[in-house]
Structures are given as C-alpha cells and as structure tokens.
Design a protein around this ligand. Structure first.
Ligand SMILES: O=C(O)C1=N[C@H](C(=O)O)C[C@H](O)C1
Length: 288
C-alpha cells in the first residue's frame, strides 16, 4: 500500500488565510515530479494552527486536486481520541486514501492508552491508518510491541511513520511485518537499508524528483546511487531543521519563488543568520 516518497505538504498562507491557489500550484508541482502521494495537514502543514474548518477544507481540496493521481494520506491525529475519530471519519468520507495518526502529544498516555486510542480510530474507519511516532514532539515512544498487538487485531493498521532514530526499533517493526516509512529525511536511506518502504518527507517539498530518485534507487537495491543522492542532498536535509519545521522549508520555497507564503504564529520568520545558511545551500544545489 505505501511505497515511495510522500511529501508532508506545506499549507501556503497569504494575508493570514489559507492560499488554496498556492496549495494547488504546489501540489501539482509535486505530482509532476513523481511523488507517490502526499500527507495533507501533517506537522509540516502547520496542523496546530489550522482551525478545524480549515483543516478539513485543506484535506478536501488536496483530495480533489490529487483526483486519484497520487495517494492522499490525511493528517487526522489528535491528543483527544474523540477528535481523532471524528477527523478520521471525515477524511475517509471525502476520499482520502489513508490517514496519518500521530500518537497523542502533551497528555502522554501509557502504552495501554495508546492501544485504546488507536483501537477506537481503527474501529471507526476502513481506510489504512499510518501510525505516526515522533518522540521529539510528543515526549513518548510508541513501542513496537504495541504496534504488533494493534496490527494483529486491525487489518487497517499495518504501517508506521517512524521518526524515532532508534534503528533497532525500526528493525523490530519490520521484523513484525509492519510497513515503515521514515519520518526523518536524513534517516530515510538507513531505514530503507533495513527494509523501510519510503518516507514522509519535508525536503521533498523542495527537491521532489531527486528524492524520488533516491528512494526508487534504494527500492531497486541500487544503494550506491541512493547514497550519492543522499549525500548531495544531506546539507539541505539538515537545513530543514536548522529551525523548527516548517520554518526552513517554507523559507526555502519562498526563496525559490514558489508559493509557500507566510507562517502562522507562534512559528515566525527565520533569523537572517539562518537565512544566509539556507540561501548558500540552495545556491550550491543550483535551486536559486
Ligand atoms: O509533516 C509531518 O508530518 C512531518 N513531520 C516531521 C516533523 O516536522 O516533526 C518531519 C516529517 O518528515 C514530516
């Protein structure tokens, strides 16, 4: 079901509002450059600062523009189970191919609580659910044993977007038959060497075609070619986190003349020092 590059698409803003024209332009750019699909309203899409109405409208618009040409994984997570269920049902109803469901953040449930949370979601939709584990943002780790129990009970839970850099944990997930998508651009190649199937990517918003070539090379077993691209793009991948994502990726896209637009507070404009670092990397890659 999941293989390749899935940019976590940015949400363009103009004059404080969602720029749906810019969203369509950027999504078509990604489609034209060979991505397998996109994640709509993930972290990179600034989900925390979209209203529920905007969140739903962006998912609906992305599904509409994609029009079956690529997969749409709808960001539908929450630290409130009831809210996550409601959003997941909405995403399925408007035609999303799958949902990305982050582990609850801030309220730090136990593994038993995580299991019950995702059980409720799996019981509410039929489309596939990609569990999203990102300890650096949620302050908890979704353990492989919890994923194993869920995947054995629910056929629509079979994939994890893994942003925990612990590669032993990645091996355990894959050994248990779980499809793993990297949740960290820099770890994509190492994870694919273990059997991962691709990535939910930030940097692919900027260089989709090259990142697709890297992942496709790894999927074909051509790790020499994949490594070559990995190291070419490594400075840009690192720069995506020189400040909190998506500040760098939107800054880079604006530098490239692409319609990324503003950030919503509390995310704000990148420091001029970091802008200079990013600008040099983009120039070195011939992107500006
Ligand atoms: O938008 C997402 O979802 C992503 N979140 C990660 C993060 O910013 O913590 C990075 C990931 O590649 C995309």
């Amino acid at each position: 079901m999941f293989k390749g590059v899935y940019p976590a698409i940015i949400t363009p803003f103009k004059n404080g509002e969602v720029d749906f024209e810019g969203l369509e332009d950027h999504l078509n750019f990604l489609i034209e450059n060979g991505v397998s699909g996109v994640v709509a309203v993930g972290t990179t899409g600034e989900s925390p600062t979209l209203s529920h109405e905007e969140h739903k409208k962006v998912i609906e618009k992305v599904v509409d523009i994609a029009n079956g040409k690529i997969q749409v994984i709808a960001g539908a997570g929450s630290n409130c189970t009831r809210e996550a269920v409601e959003l997941s049902i909405f995403a399925e109803d408007v035609g999303a191919d799958a949902i990305l469901s982050i582990t609850p953040y801030y309220n730090k449930p136990t593994q038993e609580g995580l299991k019950k949370h995702f059980e409720k979601i799996a019981q509410s939709v039929n489309i596939p659910i990609v569990l999203y584990n990102v300890p650096s943002r949620t302050a908890l780790n979704l353990e492989p044993k919890t994923v194993k129990v869920l995947s054995e009970e629910y056929s629509n839970i079979s994939a994890v977007k893994e942003a925990n850099p612990n590669l032993s944990q990645v091996s355990e997930l894959i050994q248990n038959g779980i499809t793993v998508l990297s949740g960290n651009d820099e770890l994509t190649l190492p994870i694919m060497s273990l059997g991962g199937k691709g990535v939910v990517s930030v940097v692919a918003n900027i260089v989709p075609r090259e990142f697709v070539e890297m992942v496709d090379s790894a999927l074909k077993g051509d790790f020499e070619k994949a490594r070559e691209i990995h190291y070419k793009l490594f400075p840009l991948m690192k720069a995506m986190f020189i400040e909190t994502n998506p500040i760098p990726v939107k800054t880079a896209l604006n530098m490239m003349g692409r319609p990324a637009g503003e950030l919503r507070l509390p995310l704000c404009e990148m420091s001029s020092e970091h802008k200079q670092v990013l600008e040099k990397i983009l120039k070195d890659l011939g992107l500006i």
